[in-house]
Design a protein around this ligand. Structure first.
Ligand SMILES: Cc1cc2nc3c(=O)[nH]c(=O)nc-3n(C[C@H](O)[C@H](O)[C@H](O)COP(=O)(O)OP(=O)(O)OC[C@H]3O[C@@H](n4cnc5c(N)ncnc54)[C@H](O)[C@@H]3O)c2cc1C
Length: 504
């Protein structure tokens, strides 16, 4: 490539860290920066990775496609299964069960949204649940899986899917993808960071063995340590633990129960005495963990309770993790961009961390800097990144706020707590008018919010006034929808068969 005097292109990028964030970033940089840019990743075998991010949401498929990854290879390499949504157990009331699907509840047949008709039918004695109107749940509850279709006349056009996968397997898979595209990997532990004394920009990182690695752009993927953004540049952390008080987790995978294995095509989240338990089925094992609040339970007790609630034989010892909910005030400062846990942490209740990694990577690609590092570019990056994180935060808090359980201190606290104004507005509007108020940068679509509101028993006082002008008794239509869902679910293959076919 010919160079000109005005060439301000960045020639050296260093990715610090080799967890999911590091290798997802390196794979994308390797794919996009094909010429004239050296991409290096440094990771420490001594420190290792968090390695527990196993449940995802549908945009991961776009990320893999952008990298040119073939689904078959990915599923084989990561022991992946398919995910249609999350079943919530014990959220709201102790005996509540509901499903947060990827997709919609039916298809709107009128300008008044379907959930208003369902609420009206319910008031007239209909006993069907809101979940009964969604194809993702019709498939999921029977252990079935199908591909969405484009034909909008079919109920199979109204859902989407993501994956459960082995996080270590994904990092290894992306590593070979990245290395095949020229990314250089250095193993070593960073012991120091050199800042330019005038500009405060990072110039190099120092490894414990004395090696010095220079770059122009640094991507901080160092996990909770936040080596560059948090430690070297001192970017403050905004603590959200008054809204999201869970601060620990214990993880303990188990074997599938004996007999033929048909993994559930969904994640399960069960509210417990001091937090909640995840269940994530992969091909070769089930991932389990208890996310809890250390004010209300100690580590040993949490591990014992989790061990007693597994579906199969425990595989390995419990692994404990500590965290604080919140985020750095900015994700991009000078020539450092944080991706992954170094930028902040939201508990995995809605499987959003890997998505936030992906979101920062796509913003980086949309707002890639040159050596001038114009602050207008990083300001825009931060505006979007913070908005995205804050909207997801609100959605997660919604689950805690809508708890009506009186049997544990944690739930009494979260039911009574104040929530961010942005969420208070949505709660109030839904309670009074049964409408979801959407805001810019909301990752979760109205149907996701409806699933949680209605699933956790937040039944609204009013309905859309337009419903009374329409003169439609939707009970027949809702009944026909349920029949169409049952028909499609019955002819779909079992999830295990679907996974085997996807790998063939
Ligand atoms: C309990 C729990 C459950 C989770 N479940 C989910 C989920 O279901 N879905 C989801 O999307 N997300 C989930 N997450 C989040 C997910 O695990 C992370 O977003 C993801 O793994 C990315 O982590 P990371 O790459 O940022 O950090 P890490 O995996 O911690 O990687 C950090 C890297 O930095 C390197 N490093 C650190 N310090 C140094 C140093 N001094 N020198 C050299 N290298 C260094 C480490 O060696 C490592 O390679 C969960 C998180 C937790 C805590």
């Amino acid at each position: 490539m010919m160079m000109t005097d005005g060439d301000r292109r960045i020639r050296k990028v260093l990715v610090v860290g080799g967890g999911s964030a590091g290798w997802m970033t390196a794979a994308m940089l390797g794919q996009i920066l094909r010429h004239d840019c050296e991409v290096t990743l440094v990771e420490s075998d001594d420190i290792g990775i968090v390695g527990v991010g196993e449940a995802t949401i549908p945009p991961i498929r776009t990320f893999n496609q952008t990298l040119g990854i073939v689904e078959r290879d990915f599923i084989r390499a990561t022991q992946a299964t398919f995910k249609l949504g999350i079943e919530f157990v014990g959220w709201g009331d102790r005996d509540t069960r509901y499903f947060h699907p990827f997709g919609t509840h039916g298809r709107n047949f009128d300008m008044v949204s379907l959930h208003h008709y369902w609420l009206r039918a319910r008031a007239m004695g209909d006993t069907s649940s809101f979940d009964d109107h969604c194809i993702a749940w019709a498939l999921a509850r029977g252990g079935k899986m199908a591909r969405p279709v484009a034909d909008q006349r079919s109920v199979l056009s109204t859902f989407d899917y993501a994956y459960h996968f082995d996080a270590g397997g994904y990092a290894r898979f992306l590593r070979s993808h990245a290395e095949a595209r020229g990314v250089r990997r250095i193993e070593g532990t960073i012991g120091g960071v050199d800042l330019n004394s005038e500009t405060g920009f990072v110039e190099a990182v120092m490894l414990a063995d004395g090696r010095r690695i220079e770059a122009e752009l640094f991507i901080d993927c160092s996990g909770f340590r936040s080596l560059l953004l948090g430690q070297a540049l001192g970017e403050p952390f905004e603590d959200w633990s008054h809204w999201l008080p869970c601060d620990r987790a214990v993880a303990m995978p188990c074997a599938h129960p004996a007999g033929p294995v048909n993994p559930t095509p969904y994640t399960r989240s069960t509210a417990q005495e001091a937090g909640w338990q995840w269940r994530i089925p992969l091909q070769h094992r089930i991932g389990n963990g208890y996310v809890y609040c250390s004010q209300f339970i100690d580590d040993d007790r949490a591990a014992t309770l989790l061990a007693g609630r597994l579906d199969g034989e425990a595989l390995g010892d419990p692994r404990f993790l500590r965290f604080t909910a919140g985020r750095r005030k900015r994700h991009w400062v000078r020539n450092v961009i944080a991706v992954g846990l170094s930028s902040g942490f939201l508990e995995p209740l809605e499987s959003t961390s890997i998505h936030l990694i992906q979101a920062n990577i796509s913003k980086l690609m949309g707002l890639f800097p040159d050596r001038d590092f114009d602050p207008a570019v990083s300001d825009e990056f931060n505006r979007i990144a913070l908005g995205e994180t804050d909207r997801i935060r609100d959605f997660i808090i919604l689950h805690y706020k809508l708890m009506r359980r009186d049997d544990a201190e944690l739930w009494r606290y979260t039911a009574a707590m104040d929530v961010p104004d942005t969420l208070a507005l949505k709660l109030d509007h839904f309670r009074r008018h049964a409408r979801h108020i959407a805001r810019e940068l909301d990752l979760f679509a109205p149907d996701s919010w409806l699933a949680v509101h209605l699933g956790q028993g937040n039944l609204p006082e009013g309905l859309d006034p337009l419903i009374d002008y329409r003169g439609i008794d939707a009970r027949d239509w809702l009944g026909q929808l349920r029949q169409a869902l049952a028909f499609e679910a019955a002819r779909a293959p079992d999830h295990a068969r679907f996974v085997a076919d996807a790998m063939a």
